[in-house]
Design a protein around this ligand. Structure first.
Ligand SMILES: NC(=O)c1ccc[n+]([C@@H]2O[C@H](COP(=O)([O-])OP(=O)(O)OC[C@H]3O[C@@H](n4cnc5c(N)ncnc54)[C@H](O)[C@@H]3O)[C@@H](O)[C@H]2O)c1
Length: 122
């Protein structure tokens, strides 16, 4: 079975300056996509693009209202409540996004997918 690749594809990743968006941008670029990173924080978008020079094509700034983010000091308490003792890693989310964007997921639509280490199921 061949690897998922995005040669010839173009992706726009909004909120790509950090966290999940940055991991998704990196994953898509490593599979051959031309990726534009957009973020309300233009500097962070440029940093991500610079870190992966040659893979990420461009960066841009998207001026909008910031989304609410989880307070960093709450994360250890959340992690301690998870049966695996940790929260998910951006890499673990970007792997699913990469698959869903690929032709392998051609019949998957209108559904949602949890990446929570089984938290909801237990
Ligand atoms: N449902 C879940 O289980 C789950 C888990 C993790 C994260 N999240 C959510 O996913 C989102 C991303 O999480 P993260 O950990 O990557 O956060 P993060 O703060 O690391 O990254 C968010 C990025 O989006 C950018 N941004 C914010 N508002 C924007 C806007 N209006 N336009 C463009 N860019 C914007 C920020 O500057 C930042 O670079 C958050 O909303 C978070 O709450 C949900």
């Amino acid at each position: 079975m061949s690897m998922i690749d995005f040669d010839g594809e173009v992706a726009l990743v909004t909120g790509g300056g950090s966290g999940l968006g940055a991991a998704i941008a990196q994953k898509l670029a490593s599979r051959g996509a031309a990726v534009m990173v957009s973020d309300i924080d233009g500097e962070s978008a440029q940093n991500v693009a610079a870190r992966h020079q040659g893979q990420l094509s461009r960066s841009g700034t998207h001026q909008d209202t910031p989304t609410g983010n989880l307070p960093a000091d709450a994360l250890p308490a959340w992690a301690s409540q998870h049966h695996r003792g940790r929260l998910g890693d951006p890499e673990e989310v970007s792997a699913l996004i990469c698959f869903l964007l690929s032709s392998r997921a051609s019949f998957i639509t209108g559904s949602y997918h949890l990446v929570d280490g089984g938290f909801t199921a237990l």
